[in-house]
Design a protein around this ligand. Structure first.
Ligand SMILES: Cc1cc2nc3c(=O)[nH]c(=O)nc-3n(C[C@H](O)[C@H](O)[C@H](O)COP(=O)(O)OP(=O)(O)OC[C@H]3O[C@@H](n4cnc5c(N)ncnc54)[C@H](O)[C@@H]3O)c2cc1C
Ligand code: FES
Length: 257
């Protein structure tokens, strides 16, 4: 699919809690083309610093708007957080290969997310709202302050189970404490996105129980188009770029080592 480089107006940029901001962009062509698991690559400043764009998962794409949620962690994302309603951002996307929709035979769809890794599952749950499978989200965060609103997923029929490291909300401990919600069946499909140790744990769990799945990986990016190879990661099939070959891979493909 062709990528679109477009100048998008900021419709909304708002802090939603102590950790995350919500950015809504006016982007009709992008919104129409976006698929679950794809990302957009944003020039965060009007000058040359920082030179490279920053990648963000598409959280929602509807009614001509594209929405992302992000945490200001460094220079680029902090600059993005300082933008205002009405500003124009240079956006490239939608990029990468997204999730494969579950087949008709799938009876349980399991989203497993850590922190901001939940972002791609909103648009995904929009896309598979009518699918008959049971849909659950196992969501892990450091504490209540880092949890992310999951009301939209619930509206789409997804049952949400939360675990926090400090037990401030949901089950106390890592998201793996919630793995007993997963039906060990060939009709189960797992989709995961989050910190690398969490994805490695999901991969190991799925391997042990012979479960199918896909994983959305993150890597620091430059071009975002598969040209510079800067975001290559080791996989069982050799090195692959996260931006172009991914970010979504078969769950057993990445070598998290
Ligand atoms: C496909 C994809 C989707 C993403 N979706 C989201 C999202 O929906 N919301 C969100 O908040 N963030 C998301 N990220 C991460 C986001 O791109 C980084 O947080 C951002 O690029 C950091 O830029 P910076 O200039 O603020 O930080 P920098 O100053 O460049 O780095 C700050 C710290 O973050 C680390 N870092 C930088 N980029 C990444 C990265 N891509 N992955 C992991 N660690 C990184 C650096 O190593 C450093 O420790 C996504 C990344 C990818 C690859
Ligand atoms: S960022 Fe250049 S190949 Fe992925």
């Amino acid at each position: 699919m062709a990528q679109i480089q477009t100048a998008c107006h900021v419709v909304e940029l708002k802090k939603i809690n102590a950790t995350y901001l919500r950015l809504v962009l006016e982007a009709p062509a992008l919104a129409a083309a976006a698929r679950p698991g794809q990302f957009i690559h944003i020039r965060v400043s009007d000058g040359n610093e920082p030179f490279f764009r920053r990648p963000f998962s598409i959280y929602r794409a509807q009614a001509g708007k594209v929405e992302i949620f992000f945490e200001p962690v460094g220079r680029g994302s902090k600059l993005l957080a300082s933008r205002k309603r009405g500003d124009v951002l240079d956006v490239l996307g939608p990029l990468g290969h997204g999730f494969t929709p579950p087949g008709k035979d799938v009876k349980q769809v399991v989203f497993i997310a850590g922190g901001i890794g939940v972002a791609p599952f909103m648009i995904f749950s929009d896309a598979i709202k009518e699918h008959k499978a049971e849909k659950i989200l196992l969501y892990g965060a450091r504490s209540k302050a880092q949890t992310f609103a999951t009301g939209g997923l619930k509206k789409n029929g997804v049952k949400v189970f939360v675990a926090t490291d400090d037990g401030s909300v949901g089950t106390s401990g890592r998201v793996s404490e919630l793995f007993d919600r997963v039906k060990a069946s060939p009709d189960t499909m797992i989709y995961t996105c989050g910190p690398r140790p969490m994805m490695a744990a999901v991969q190991a769990f799925a391997r042990t129980h012979g479960l199918k799945g896909e994983v959305s990986c993150e890597e620091v990016m430059a071009c975002g188009l598969g040209a510079c190879l800067g975001c290559s990661i080791p996989t069982v099939n050799g090195y692959r770029t996260v931006c172009h070959d991914g970010p979504v891979f078969d769950l057993q493909a990445p070598v998290f080592g």
